[in-house]
Design a protein around this ligand. Structure first.
Ligand code: LLP
Length: 455
């Protein structure tokens, strides 16, 4: 057992999304950063860098926070489904399912991962605005709920499901027409969106589904966006969902589930102040309950689909600092051994993160640096003009809150292999994703026979 004292950002066990770092973050007697009782610079040494580290305690605490809040505030059945696009690996899906959560998948890959990880198929929903036949059939054969996003989904299922085949459990997605203040690219609830039916089309599609033998409409779904700090849009969403529920039930559909999507934000930098998981669930639960009571509707099962707020705070990335370029009077660049291939969020959304030196987290931040990645792209910068303690080549740099939409959106740009992932708890670290090797990247390449043999 390492002798440690808590580190300032690891505070709120009940709502990890309000912490900058995993809830187990601490410093050892020499002032070095420790997570899950593992010294971060030791992990970098042992597993290499860049390295994704996941804190099991934080991830479980996030799951428990959703589960307990739903039980506390919503008087009918409920289920949180992990939006696995945030980070889809066997170990993460397995761990989340072991906490009693379900899962949302949007592709064959995510669906396979969930099923192989042991997520019960009755707790899985399949999303997607352009599902392939293979995706639809994998979902159908495994009895997962399929979210109908458009008429094409219905046409394909109509063509694929054999006559007399088992009915398929469906959920209907529509755009609720709710704006919220998040990055332009991640708004999905407003009307000009590629996802879901327009509210004007709802009645027609509900009528169409009535006449299809294989279709068993059991839920309605909407998602308004991601990294949202306001509670009001979710309150507004409840009334829109209740109207849709009333319409669907009025047309004779036995709709049991209302799925309000995900979207709760997390703290990436000190000034971020997201609501807690508890407050978010409270607002959503009460709003759905009241909207249903006002319309005299029996309470549906309440589903939600958190992604970021479940996994982001549990994750961190370790890099090793390499070269330094000083442009006098302009800027000092320090470069790390990863960048936009393992974390494309800064270049994609101009998102900010919080950085520490693994072995000197508390040292005075006396130098302004721009932390660059190693990719051949000027924009491959993790953060610009950032105050850090004086650093040197070889130091390990820690970036907190990278558990969501980093690995899952990563790439092999410049043929850079993907990092390994380790999950830590009580001083133990286990690999949950092996590091890719450069040779792995060649395995799908072919040289056509008709090319001239060289050498
Ligand atoms: N449900 C649906 C239908 C979604 O489209 C999403 C996210 C979620 C749930 C989960 O939302 P969350 O709880 O994670 O906010 N790549 C962007 C985020 C894209 C979110 C896409 N949909 C980013 O890195 O910020």
């Amino acid at each position: 057992m390492l002798k440690c004292s808590p580190f300032e950002t690891g505070r709120d066990l009940h709502s990890p999304n309000r912490n900058l770092s995993p809830v187990t973050t601490a410093v050892d007697e020499e002032g070095r950063l420790v997570v899950g009782q593992c010294l971060l610079s030791d992990l970098a040494e042992q597993y290499g860098t860049p390295l994704y580290v996941l804190d099991e305690t934080t991830l479980r605490a996030s799951c428990v926070a959703y589960r307990e809040a739903l039980e506390k505030y919503y008087p009918a059945p409920s289920l949180a489904l992990y939006a696995s696009k945030a980070n889809s690996t066997l170990a993460i899906c397995n761990l989340i399912a072991s906490e009693g959560l379900g899962l949302d998948a949007v592709s064959e890959g995510e669906l396979l991962t969930a099923l192989k990880a042991g997520v019960p198929s009755k707790h899985v929903v399949l999303h997607g605005n352009n599902k392939s036949d293979e995706e639809l059939m994998l979902g159908y054969r495994n009895g997962v709920t399929i979210v109908i996003d458009n008429h094409h989904d219905i046409d394909r299922l109509e063509a694929l499901i054999p006559s007399g085949g088992a009915p398929v459990r469906l959920m209907l997605r529509f755009t609720p027409g709710i704006e919220c203040h998040t990055h332009e690219y991640i708004k999905t609830g407003h009307l000009d969106s590629k996802f879901g039916f327009d509210p004007d089309q709802l009645e027609d599609v509900l009528i169409r589904l009535k006449y299809l033998e294989w279709a068993s409409l059991k839920g309605i779904h909407a998602h308004i966006g991601s990294q949202i700090f306001e509670l009001e849009p979710h309150r507004d969403l409840a009334a829109v969902m209740a109207d849709a529920l009333e319409l669907a039930r009025g047309l004779g559909h036995d709709v049991e589930d209302v799925n309000v999507g995900g979207g709760l934000g997390i703290r990436y930098i000190h000034s971020d102040d997201p609501p807690s998981i508890d407050s978010w669930v409270q607002v959503v639960s009460l709003a759905i309950k009241e909207a249903c009571l006002a319309r005299n509707l029996a309470l549906p099962r309440l589903l939600c689909e958190p992604g970021r707020s479940l996994v982001a705070p549990a994750g961190l990335t370790l890099y090793r600092i390499g070269s330094r370029k000083v442009i006098p009077g302009v800027r000092t660049y320090i470069s790390v051994d990863g960048g936009m291939s393992d974390n494309p969020r800064p270049i994609t959304y101009q998102s900010s993160y919080t950085f520490y030196l693994a072995d000197r987290p508390l040292s005075y931040r006396e130098e302004k640096v721009t932390i660059a990645g190693k990719h051949c792209e000027s924009g491959d910068v993790l953060i610009k003009d950032y105050m850090l303690p004086c650093s040197k080549s070889g130091d390990v740099l820690v970036v907190f809150a990278t558990g969501a939409y980093n690995a899952s959106m990563g790439s092999n740009y410049n043929r850079i292999p993907r990092p390994a992932g380790v999950i830590v708890k009580d001083g133990r670290a286990d690999l949950f994703q092996r590091r890719e090797e450069p040779e792995d990247l060649l395995q799908y390449d072919l040289i056509p026979d008709r090319f001239i043999a060289l050498g």
